[in-house]
Each structure stands twice: as structure tokens, then as C-alpha cells.
Write a new protein. Sequence first.
Length: 246
Amino acid sequence: MQLGTRLSRASLQFEAVELLNIARNLLKLSYRELSEITGFQESVLCRYANGDLLPSPETAMTIISKLEPILSLENVLKKVIRVYESFIDFNKIITDSDILKLYARRVKYLFSDLSITKVLTAATDGVPLAVSAALALNADLAIAKQYRDVFEDDFYESTYIVESPPRKVTLYVPKSILGKNDRVLIVDDIVRSGRTIEALVNICRQAEAQVVGISILIALGSSWLKKISNVNAKVDVVLSLQGNSQ
């Protein structure tokens, strides 16, 4: 990794401090354990984490390289996720700022080269993830809702069928926030059938916006892939689980 400009060096230093604190908060690692992992003294790591001292860029690179494997978002999700039959408890995931920071890091690493201008998701559980992604990519946010906003007149819309309980769901996106010059990253918290993503892709096509990326936190099964087989976009799934994809 090249150290580059003064700004990039400072960013690297703050990134190392952030990962130290995430490891402390999320994985409950002591400074002794962090010392064993990174090779730096406990007292020094404590001063880094508390903001009393910044690591040098070279030290920061070492800390990051040592902590990234244990802070893999996939591994973290496996530790915190709770599954009840085919139901997944997302409360811990979408309310934990450290998990959202790790998600933002992943999105930035995988999608920052795609010149994304808009992050699109369906309300409501996907919103915290989409906000994190939009901030990481310096992109605007678009939220597809199941109702028409009162202050908007024109909408793109797409309808799909939900099987449990059986009903039709229509998603609406104001035409004022999505256009043909947009390069879109679609974000979804959990994918089972792929119908929601298919609806979001359909909305992008109506707007003549280009879907260049799809980011999925958790996917159940693989049948949903058929819904996006004709979409030429980079697809990232953080955690794949076997399960009912209906």
C-alpha cells in the first residue's frame, strides 16, 4: 500500500484507531489480546484507542493488516446473527454502529471504483445499510417506499407479490431523485426470493439509470440469482445461508 498524500496518511492513521476501537467494542478484546494480535505494547495501543496518540502511517498499516482478518464482516455476522427457523433477527446488525462501519468499509473497498452516484434500497430495514454505503461512496441516497410521498407528484413504481402473507407490494421512487445519468448501487439487508431486488432493478430501468452494483448483507439460498441473471452488475453477498428462499 502506498502512503501517498498527507490526507491519505492521516486517513490511514484514523482508520487504524477506528479498527482498534471496533475490536474492543464489538469483539470485547482486551488490550492484552490486541497486543498479542498486533505486536504492539498494551500501553501504546491504549493511547491510540483513546486518541492520546496517533500511530505512524507505517504502524497504522500494520495494525490494519492484523485486525482486518478478525474483523471480517462475514465472521462478525456469524457471531452476532440470530436465526429462528427461517427468521433472522436484524436488531443487533442494523442498530450497531460498529457493524455499520465495517459494512461501509466493505462497500468502499468493493464499489468505490464504479463511480456510483446513487444508493438505492427499499424501506425499511435496508435503510441503515444504505445510508452507510452512501456515506462511504460519497453518493446520494434513494429509498423506495410502499407509499407515495405527499410532496412528490411523479413516481417510478414496481409491483411484486409477497407470499407470506400473500399480497401485492408496490414500491415507489420519486422521479426527482433518480435519473438516466445515475450509476446505482442497490442495497438489500436480506434476500430470499430476489423479488425486491428485481423490483428495484425495474425502477432503475424505468429511470434509465444504470445498475452497476448490488450489495446484499445476507442471502438465503441461491434461487434469487435467477432474478438478476440479466443484470450486468458487480454483486457482493456478505453472508450466504442455506434456507427457504420463498
